[in-house]
Design a protein around this ligand. Structure first.
Ligand SMILES: [Zn+2]
Length: 391
C-alpha cells in the first residue's frame, strides 16, 4: 500500500515539475521538457497528456527544429483560471481580475472616504463580486481571492494592527470566507508588492531587493537571497515606524519621530495644509500637488525636496542594514519620481557607507501601481498550482 502511495506522490511531484517547466519556458517541446527535467520521454508524454486533459497545457503548431520532423510546441494555458487580486489601500481599493500568468484582465478602483471596517468591507465585497461576475468562462473559474493590506498581518491572515486604517484585530480572512466559497489569502501590501516586482517586474530578478511602499504610511517588503522574507511571525518590514527623529512628531502607532511621519503621502498633505499650498476650493490630494509641481510651484517643489531627503534618510538606514542590489519605491509616491530622485540619490550618495553603494540601484516600481495586485495574484496562483501535488 505504502509503495503505491509513494509512487503516486512521485508522479504528482513530477507532474508539477513538468507544468512548472512548461510555465517557465512556454512554448516548449516535449523533448525539451524531458531534457530540462531529466525525466524520460515516455513519462513526460503521459504527464503532458494529463495536463492537456486538465486544460493547463495546450498544443500549438510546430516550433523551430534543427531538422527532421518539427515538434509540436506545448503552451501554458494561462486562461485556465483567474484570480481576484486586491490592493486595499488607505482611501482606495484597487481590485483586478488576472489570468494565471498574473496578466491583468480587468481593473476596478474605488475611492473610500472613510476607513471604518464595515464600509471598507462592503465596498471590497462589491468589487470582488463585480470581478467574479465578469470573469471569462474557463475550466477552473476564479481560483482564489488575494487581498494586500497596509497592516501587520499574521501568518493566519488576521489583521493585528493597521494604524492608518485605525483597525485592530480584524478577521478579514474569515469575513471574506463567510461571503465567498473560495480560497482567501491576506498579506501585508508591501510584502505582496515586493513579491509581485520579483515575479513579474524583471527579466532577471535581483536576489536581494527592498521594496519600499510609500503611500499614506510606509512599509517594506524584503526579498532576501531570492525569497520573500516575512520574519518569524510575518511582521517584518515595518520600516515606517523606525525612529528617525528623537522626540519627533507623534505617530498613530503610539511612538514619536517615526519615518512615516516625515516621508509619506500623509505628511505631504499635512504640510500642504499648514503652508497653505492648496486653496480651500481645491481638492486636498496628491494629484493637486503634482499639478502644481508640474506648473513649477516653488513652494510645492521645496516640499517635495524636503520629503525626498527624509526618504533618503530612511532608505540609507535600510541599505546599510541589508546591502541590497535593488531598492524600489512603490505605492503613491511613485508618482513623484522625477522630483524625488535628486534629493534621494543625493542623500544616499552622501550618507550610505561607500561600499554598500557599489552595484546598488535605487529605482521606482516597475509594475506601476500594480505591484501589490500582481504580488497577490502570484501568491494565489502558486497556492493553486501547488495543490496539483496534493490532489
Ligand atoms: Zn509610528
Amino acid at each position: 500500500m505504502s509503495r503505491t502511495w509513494n509512487q503516486y506522490v512521485v508522479k504528482q511531484e513530477n507532474k508539477a515539475l513538468v507544468l512548472t517547466t512548461i510555465i517557465n519556458h512556454t512554448p516548449i517541446s516535449r523533448a525539451a521538457v524531458a531534457q530540462s527535467t531529466g525525466l524520460n520521454k515516455g513519462t513526460v508524454s503521459s504527464l503532458v497528456s494529463e495536463l492537456i486533459d486538465e486544460a493547463f497545457v495546450t498544443e500549438s503548431g510546430p516550433g523551430a527544429s534543427s531538422g527532421g520532423r518539427r515538434p509540436v510546441m506545448l503552451l501554458f494555458n494561462a486562461k485556465a483560471g483567474f484570480t481576484v487580486s486586491v490592493d486595499l489601500g488607505v482611501g482606495y481599493i484597487q481590485a483586478a481580475l488576472t489570468d494565471l500568468n498574473g496578466e491583468i484582465v480587468q481593473v476596478e478602483k474605488k475611492q473610500v472616504k472613510e476607513s471604518t471596517f464595515d464600509l471598507v468591507f462592503e465596498t471590497l465585497v462589491h468589487l470582488i463580486e463585480q470581478l467574479i461576475k465578469h470573469a471569462p468562462v474557463s475550466r477552473y473559474g476564479v481560483i482564489g481571492i488575494g487581498v494586500g493590506v497596509p497592516a501587520v498581518v499574521s501568518h493566519e491572515g488576521e489583521i493585528l494592527l493597521a494604524p492608518n486604517l485605525n483597525w485592530k484585530n480584524i478577521q478579514l480572512k474569515q469575513a471574506l470566507e463567510d461571503v465567498f466559497d473560495l480560497p482567501i489569502l491576506i498579506e501585508n501590501e508591501a510584502n505582496a508588492g515586493a513579491y509581485g516586482e520579483m515575479r513579474f517586474g524583471f527579466k532577471q530578478p535581483p536576489k536581494d531587493m527592498i521594496y519600499a511602499s510609500i503611500g499614506i504610511g510606509i512599509g517594506a517588503g524584503m526579498i532576501l537571497d531570492g525569497k520573500l522574507y516575512t520574519g518569524k511571525s510575518g511582521f517584518s518590514g515595518e520600516i515606517g515606524h523606525m525612529t528617525i527623529v528623537k522626540d519627533g512628531t507623534s505617530c498613530r502607532c503610539g511612538n514619536v519621530g517615526c519615518f512615516e511621519r516625515y516621508a509619506s503621502e500623509q505628511v505631504l498633505l499635512e504640510h500642504a495644509v499648514k503652508r497653505h499650498l492648496i486653496k480651500a476650493n481645491e481638492d486636498l490630494s496628491l494629484d493637486t500637488l503634482i499639478k502644481k509641481a508640474e506648473a513649477h510651484d516653488q513652494e510645492v517643489l521645496q516640499l517635495f525636496e524636503e520629503v525626498g531627503e527624509y526618504i533618503g534618510i530612511g532608505l540609507t538606514n535600510i541599505i546599510n542594514i541589508f546591502n541590497p542590489e535593488v531598492v524600489l519605491i512603490g505605492n503613491r509616491l511613485r508618482d513623484l519620481q522625477k522630483w524625488l530622485i535628486p534629493p534621494i540619490e543625493h542623500y544616499i550618495h552622501s550618507r550610505a557607507i561607500g561600499f554598500h553603494q557599489q552595484d546598488l540601484t535605487v529605482d521606482f516600481a516597475k509594475l506601476e501601481n500594480f505591484s501589490t495586485v500582481k504580488g497577490m495574484a502570484a501568491f494565489t496562483i502558486e497556492r493553486f498550482l501547488a495543490q496539483l501535488k496534493d490532489i
